[in-house]
Design a protein around this ligand. Structure first.
Ligand SMILES: [Zn+2]
Ligand SMILES: [Zn+2]
Length: 127
């Protein structure tokens, strides 16, 4: 029974990530999951998010400020953050966005996380 409840929570959490372009915080995941499972706690949501990250099913996005976000899209893309409203958007580079040739050889295979800081459409003065 406990096992069944755990997987139901997990399924409800994974469903939140089916929304295209969603990068929810743990609190946002909680409020979505509560629509389905009203008594779920924030601690449970964090525990499940950690497990899903470890399993490589979702990814954590460390923000410059504020709580971290979670990503459900495995395809390689970057994130742009609006410095005014904090909105996060997906950015799809047409090639490798860093010139690996310019890095010392030891970093040739390094993973990297880039955050582009740029006003979103709504916050851009002349949009
Ligand atoms: Zn904005
Ligand atoms: Zn993304």
């Amino acid at each position: 029974m406990a096992m069944q409840r755990r997987s139901r929570q997990r399924d409800a959490i994974l469903k939140v990530f089916e929304v295209k372009g969603a990068h929810p915080t743990a609190e946002e995941v909680l409020s979505e999951v509560r629509k389905e499972i009203p008594n779920v706690s924030l601690g449970t949501v964090y525990r499940n998010l950690d497990q899903l990250c470890e399993a490589g099913m979702i990814w954590k996005i460390q923000m410059e400020e504020g709580p971290c976000r979670y990503e459900g899209n495995p395809d390689g893309h970057l994130h742009a953050v609006c410095p005014i409203c904090g909105e996060i958007r997906d950015v799809w580079p047409s090639g490798d966005p860093i010139a690996r040739d310019s890095l010392p050889e030891e970093f040739a295979e390094a993973e990297y996380r880039l955050l582009l800081i740029s006003p979103c459409e709504r916050c851009r003065p002349n949009a």
